[in-house]
Write a protein that binds this ligand. Structure first.
Ligand SMILES: [Fe+2]
Length: 251
């Protein structure tokens, strides 16, 4: 049995659906990505949204999110990013198919979704209580393999402005990638795609559903050569992850 996950990230929705950010209407762009998923992805067990769902943190922006997700029947997991209001995410979660929780047991696989949002800061952090919970899951025999989902990046990406916002204590996670149980770590936030191997785990980021960032740039610079996208993550019974990014083309 394969578990089919779609990761989408950094939608940056506003209260006003007509808002343009970096020359892109973020509502229209997210809508196009979601429509492409509905058209293209026959096998879909869950959607995981890895943060910066809203840009302005308004109630109306989360209503816009609910509207965009209305045609999906599968479970949808909402994670906060630095722009989000965790309280507002919680207020729309655990109703119908929208969820906000750290851990989902999928049998052989467990999925652990950290809240990397740090109060009053754009930087990332792993909170002690969630690390304690994560250790319990790591130590239990419940799952053979784990996929970790984050908003912020856990490794330096060579882009000065982004790297200031790295998960400050990411070594807490990286040091736990030793026993071949953590097979994958996925995140958003950096608005581009990278993929590396780390101690037997596959670490990767996913493009935003709106504007893209130039890799290894000093300041946050828009990359007009790249399009919005999403990522398919397939978790196989034997512990192997197959994953790829699909880009969509804005008219
Ligand atoms: Fe972010």
């Amino acid at each position: 049995m394969t578990i089919n996950i779609i990761q989408i990230t950094d939608l940056h929705l506003y209260a006003d659906k007509n808002t343009i950010a970096h020359k892109i209407n973020t509502f229209d762009s997210a809508q196009l990505v979601l429509q492409t998923i509905q058209n293209n992805e026959k096998y879909l067990d869950m959607l995981i949204l890895t943060g910066d769902l809203s840009d302005d943190g308004s109630v109306a922006s989360y209503e816009n999110l609910k509207y965009l997700l209305r045609n999906f029947d599968c479970p949808i997991y909402l994670m906060p990013g630095n722009h989000d209001s965790l309280e507002k995410i919680k207020s729309i979660s655990n109703i119908n198919n929208l969820h906000n929780q750290n851990y989902k047991d999928m049998g052989k696989w467990g999925i652990f979704m950290f809240n990397t949002k740090k109060d009053d800061s754009p930087n990332g952090i792993l909170h002690t209580n969630e690390l304690t919970y994560f250790d319990k899951i790591m130590d239990s025999k419940q799952n053979n393999f784990l996929l970790v989902m984050l908003h912020h990046h856990p490794v330096l990406i060579g882009s000065e402005s982004m790297d200031q916002m790295i998960i400050e204590n990411s070594s807490e996670l990286l040091n736990r990638i030793t026993n071949n149980k953590i097979k994958g770590v996925a995140w958003g936030h950096i608005h581009n795609e990278i993929s590396i191997n780390y101690n037997g785990a596959h670490l990767f980021s996913t493009p935003s559903t709106c504007y893209q960032a130039k890799p290894k740039s000093k300041k946050f610079t828009i990359d007009t050569s790249q399009s919005p996208g999403y990522r398919v993550i397939r978790l196989n019974d034997n512990g192997i992850i197959n994953t790829e990014v699909t880009r969509v083309h804005l008219k």
